[in-house]
Design a protein around this ligand. Structure first.
Ligand SMILES: C[S@@+](CC[C@H](N)C(=O)[O-])C[C@H]1O[C@@H](n2cnc3c(N)ncnc32)[C@H](O)[C@@H]1O
Length: 329
C-alpha cells in the first residue's frame, strides 16, 4: 500500500480477515466441519485485531481521492471494529448495507439464530467528501423504486468457482452492484484483500480499472486465472455444416508453417484449460447445446439431462482451449 500514489483511487472494496477461524464448528455441504479458512483468518485478540483494521483503513484513506468511497464487508467478528476505526480516522459513514444470503447453512448447535447476513459498511473519505452515488441507476435496477439498504444476493454460482474455490469468495453480482452504485466506467478501483479475484472480475466486466493486493500465492494464482478468462473469450460459431464430409479421415493440423524456424519463444504459464463439447442439431444445423466436460461420455450425459435431450444430434464438436500467459523471454 505505501507504494501506491496518494489520492489516486475512486473506490475501494475491502473484504478483510474475519478473525473467526478459531476452532469453532460450522456446517458445510451438510457436514459438520471446523471453521478454518487459513492462518490469515486467526484472531490475534481484540486489541491487535483492531490495530490491524485501523492500520489498513488509514492506508486506504491515504490513497482514496477526496470524493472517493470505501466499502468493507464483514461479519460480527470484525465489522464493529472496522466501523469504530472508521470513526476514529474521520471517515464519513454513509450506509450499513445488510447482505442477505438466501439458503444459509443451518446452525448446528441450535443455540443461535442461523447466520444469514453480512454487513457492508459504505463510507466516504471524510466529512468534506462529495461522494458519488448513481441513484437513478440503482432505482432503475430496483424496478423504479428506491433501492433499500437490504440486498438479497445468492452466493457465488458454480461458474464463478470453475477455476477453484476460495473459502470466503464473494458473488460477482454483489461486487457489480457496489461498483455500479458508486463508480463510473474508467474509474480506478482498489481491493487490498483480493482473495479469488471477485472485485477484479466485476471491475473488468464493467469497464473499470483495478489495482489489487493479495498475500497468498495460491489465491493470487486463482485470481489471475479468473481474470485471464474474463479477458479472453473463445466462442465457436458453426457457419455451415450442410456439406460437411463426415467420413473419418483424420488430418493432423497441429503443425503450422509459422512454427518452422522458430528458435526461441517466451516462457509461458498455463492459465486456463477447458474442454468444450458443442452439440449440433440435425434440423437446425447449428449449436443447440454446449457444455464443458472431461469426456465425451460426460458431455452426452449432461446433454441427456438438459432441456434439449429429445433433439436429434447431427454431430458433436469438441474443442480444447489452453490459454498461456507470457511470463518472460
Ligand atoms: C476474506 S478474503 C477475500 C475474499 C475475496 N473478497 C473474494 O471474493 O475472493 C481475505 C483475503 O485477504 C488475504 N489477506 C489476509 N491478510 C492480508 C494482508 N495483510 N495483505 C494482503 N492480503 C491479505 C487472504 O489471503 C484472503 O485471500
Amino acid at each position: 500500500m505505501p507504494a501506491l500514489p496518494e489520492e489516486s483511487v475512486d473506490l475501494i472494496f475491502a473484504d478483510p480477515p474475519y478473525f473467526l477461524s478459531n476452532g469453532g464448528i460450522t456446517c458445510h455441504a451438510g457436514r459438520m466441519v471446523r471453521v478454518d479458512k487459513g492462518d490469515w483468518d486467526r484472531s490475534r485478540g481484540a486489541d491487535a485485531n483492531h490495530e490491524f483494521n485501523r492500520a489498513w483503513l488509514a492506508a486506504c484513506q491515504r490513497v482514496l481521492k477526496p470524493n472517493g468511497t470505501i466499502w468493507v464487508s464483514g461479519t460480527r467478528h470484525v465489522i464493529y471494529s472496522v466501523g469504530f476505526a472508521m470513526q476514529q480516522l474521520g471517515f464519513k459513514l454513509l450506509n450499513d448495507i445488510t447482505w442477505v444470503k438466501p439458503n444459509p447453512p443451518p446452525n448446528l448447535s441450535c443455540r443461535y439464530f442461523t447466520h444469514a447476513t453480512e454487513t457492508i459498511l459504505w463510507a466516504a473519505k471524510s466529512d468534506r467528501s462529495r461522494h458519488k452515488f448513481n441513484y437513478r441507476l440503482m432505482r432503475q435496477l430496483n424496478g423504479g423504486r428506491q433501492m433499500k439498504s437490504v440486498w438479497t444476493i445468492p452466493p457465488p454460482e458454480p461458474w464463478e468457482k470453475r477455476f477453484g474455490k476460495h473459502p470466503t469468495q464473494k458473488p460477482v453480482a454483489l461486487l457489480e452492484r457496489i461498483l455500479l452504485a458508486a463508480s463510473d466506467e474508467g474509474d480506478l478501483v482498489l481491493d487490498p484483500f483480493l482473495g479469488s479475484g471477485t472485485t477484479a472480475v466485476a471491475a473488468l466486466r464493467l469497464s473499470r480499472m483495478v489495482w489489487a493486493i493479495e498475500q497468498s500465492g495460491d489465491c493470487a494464482d486463482l485470481a489471475q486465472r479468473r481474470i485471464v478468462a474474463e479477458l479472453v473469450q473463445v466462442d465457436l460459431f458453426v457457419c455451415c455444416t450442410k456439406g460437411l464430409d463426415l467420413v473419418p479421415r483424420p488430418v493432423d493440423r497441429s503443425r503450422s508453417r509459422t512454427r518452422h524456424g522458430m528458435t526461441s519463444r517466451p516462457l509461458t504459464k498455463l492459465m486456463q484449460q477447458e474442454r468444450m463439447f458443442y452439440f449440433v442439431g440435425t434440423d437446425e444445423r447449428e449449436v443447440i447445446f454446449s457444455v464443458t466436460a472431461r469426456t465425451m461420455e460426460e458431455a452426452w450425459e449432461r446433454f441427456r439431462n438438459s432441456p434439449k435431450a429429445g433433439k436429434d444430434i447431427f454431430c458433436v464438436i469438441k474443442t480444447e482451449t489452453e490459454i498461456y500467459l507470457a511470463v518472460g523471454k
